[in-house]
Design a protein around this ligand. Sequence first.
Ligand code: IMP
Ligand code: MG
Length: 179
Amino acid sequence: MKGIEQNLEKYISDQEISKRVKEISNEISLLYCDKNPILIGILNGSFIFMSDLIRQLNINCEIDFIKISSYLGKKSIGKINMSKGLDFDIKNRSVIIVEDIIDSGKSINYLHDYISNLKPKDIAVISLLAKKGASKLNFKIDFIGFEISSEFVVGYGLDYNQKLRNLKSIYKLKEPHIW
Ligand code: IMP
Ligand code: MG
């Protein structure tokens, strides 16, 4: 990771993230106290957010993961590829989709459709980040951690070409990339 520091600008600190994660978890604990929700993390980006979020919940809950990809470097390649689907039957279950970031909205639209077709009792969507100006969705995002400008960000699970997920805080990635 040496040499990349000058290309990163701290945007949301680990303390701010953990405060916000606790707030969201508290709300979910209240809303879902007798629902035994199944939280569906969207890999890879949401794995750190998901693990912090569920450790703050004080209710019964279960987890599963879906793995999709649509990005190459900083560009969305448009077509969504699902390389891991759900392992559990979510029919009549309360489902909470846990995303890292919503940009164009294509991924969350695709996931919402896929999950709706499996006939859960209800669906909520949580995204740690949402870029301003993301396209209109025909369902609501129930919880957004932080609304951000439309720059590319990394850290806390979010990658640039699979790297930088391990940073504790969230950073803006500046140009040019010299590592
Ligand atoms: P969308 O389909 O355009 O909304 O893009 C959503 C997906 O692209 C997210 O789940 C991320 O995996 C990835 N993505 C979008 N913007 C960023 C970013 O700024 N940093 C890292 N990944 C991003
Ligand atoms: Mg993602």
